[in-house]
Design a protein around this ligand. Structure first.
Ligand code: NAD
Length: 472
């Protein structure tokens, strides 16, 4: 791509923290879409393994494990105003990085609000303290009162991230199908009113990953298509969901928060042990894991109308994730080990032989029933579009690149979430890397095909109750 076609000219230093599955997939996209020299990029990670793609690209590297004691000493001298901290690591506190980046006048983006190592599995903390709700509230509390601090983009990968734009596009598509306008609302309240007027009650991030590696999972091994650490951490956090205003059966194992947005509740059990019924166009009806993700809270918060404790309107929002088959087996084994991690990890990428990541949002309860909108990206498409990627990593990397470009173009926007960014511009940037982007209506409901072999406790008056989705 010639310099003239690049999205932005960047003259500072971009410090990428972590160079795992997502970092390796993101680097070529950054160098493709942003006009900068490879030497402007510095990658920091704890070991000198897995750096071939960095050396090939000609970027700088620093082998150091960041922790609470050395963060300032390592990073502060390397950050000038206008530089960029791109956090694609596990085990490095997002809050500490945001605070330091802002102090140095640097921009920031992450794909997950991470605590320091061990934070997710600290049994001395209450379940409420181990939620993404708590991490999000702490990150939002760093917002500057004047609102013009250096831009820090929270949680900008595929999900959280891209799915916020899918939700907005899906709302417009449903409105158009109902004879309404194609014009996008201009405010948060406008989007919430649109969702309310269409009757959207439930939003799933409905994902089916069908990628398969040449070597199947072995005993004592956790296999996944992205970070094993990241997935085990979020899978063992309490399950969390944005709690809709239409819900009339509060879960017996559910708890509310007493402060903050009040948009979400948590269940007193791990997400990896919480399954829900969902639907994607290629896989059809299936069960996914209700693993906590910040978008479940942020999208529900964004679409709330009225008093946060007693909203007039809020959809129920949660993840319904069917990871690749070997990850399902890995979760099953992990549960048998009472959530003590297997000794070996394997992230599938170059050895994937087939499969698709079908990642989208499923909006339900409106006049047409259900509408799935999202990306279907095959492993072959992903490899053809960008080196060092699987279908899963490329959906994330595209959104990271788009978020970095937006932050560079909008450097004084303070702390923002994906819902605050322009959905059409972000979709335009990501679109070339998403494979087939499709919208499909369905008459599926969580009551479809139920209650025939055994009697089930269902709410037949309202299919869209969480009670009907949950697998008990
Ligand atoms: P990974 O495990 O493959 O890589 C993590 C990287 O962090 C590795 O390079 C590791 O060496 C590095 N790291 C670990 N400890 C460190 C330390 N103390 N200092 C510096 N670096 C350290 O993970 P991944 O799949 O690349 O995921 C990275 C992040 O992206 C995670 O937070 C994950 O949850 C998130 N993620 C988000 C999305 C999304 O769609 N929003 C999707 C996938 C992953």
């Amino acid at each position: 791509m010639g310099e003239a076609h690049k999205e932005h000219v960047f003259n500072g230093r971009l410090v990428m923290i972590g160079f795992g599955c997502i970092g390796q997939g993101t680097l070529p996209l950054l160098l493709r879409h942003i006009a900068m020299r490879p030497e402007q990029v510095l990658i920091i990670k704890p070991h000198d393994s897995d750096l071939e793609a960095a050396h090939q690209a000609g970027v700088q590297t620093l082998v150091t494990a960041l922790d609470a004691d050395n963060l300032r000493q390592v990073l502060a001298p390397r950050l000038e105003p206008g530089d960029f901290v791109l956090n694609l690591s596990v085990d490095v506190s997002s809050l500490a990085l945001i605070a330091l980046a802002r102090e140095r006048g640097a921009l920031y983006l992450d794909t997950c609000i991470e605590p320091w190592a061990g934070g997710y599995l600290d049994a001395s903390l209450t379940p409420a303290q181990r939620t993404n709700y708590a991490l999000r509230e702490a990150a939002l509390a760093l917002r500057s009162p004047s609102g013009d601090a250096p831009t820090a983009v929270l949680t900008h990968g595929a999900n959280p991230g891209l799915v916020s734009y899918f939700v907005k596009q899906a709302l417009i598509d449903i409105a158009v199908a109902a004879g309404g306008e194609r014009r996008a609302p201009r405010s948060r309240e406008g989007w919430a009113r649109l969702a309310q007027s269409l009757g959207v009650r439930v939003i799933h991030v409905a994902e089916r990953d069908s990628q398969v590696g040449a070597q199947r999972k072995r005993a004592g091994e956790f296999v996944n298509t992205w970070s094993v650490e990241g997935f085990v951490d979020e899978g063992t956090q309490p399950a969390e969901l944005g709690w809709g205003s239409h819900e009339r059966h509060f879960p017996t194992d559910g708890s509310r928060h007493s402060e903050g947005s009040l948009a979400a509740i948590y269940l007193n059990r791990p997400g990896a042990a919480t399954r829900v019924r969902t639907w994607t166009p290629l896989a059809g009806a299936q069960q996914g894991f209700l693993v906590t993700h910040t978008e479940s809270i942020a999208i529900a918060d964004y679409l709330t109308l009225g008093d946060r404790a007693r909203p007039h309107y809020r959809p129920t929002v949660h993840y319904a994730y069917h990871p690749c088959d070997d990850a399902v087996l890995s979760l099953h084994e992990l549960a048998g080990r009472n959530w003590r991690k297997q000794s070996r990890n394997r992230v599938l990428k170059d050895d994937i032989v087939s499969g698709i990541d079908e990642l989208g949002v499923l909006l339900m309860g409106h006049a047409r029933g259900a509408y799935w909108y999202g990306s279907r990206l095959s492993i072959e498409q992903a490899r053809g579009l960008c080196p060092h990627n699987s279908a899963t990593s490329l959906q994330v990397a595209a959104a990271v690149m788009a978020g970095v470009v937006w932050a560079m173009k909008n450097p004084t926007r303070d702390i923002v979430e994906p819902d605050d960014l322009p959905h059409d511009e972000m979709l335009r940037l990501c679109r070339p890397y998403l494979g087939d982007v499709v919208g499909v209506f369905s008459d599926w409901t969580p009551l479809s095909g139920r209650d025939w072999l055994f009697t089930e406790d269902l709410d037949r008056d309202d299919p869209w109750q969480f009670k009907n989705f949950r697998v008990t």
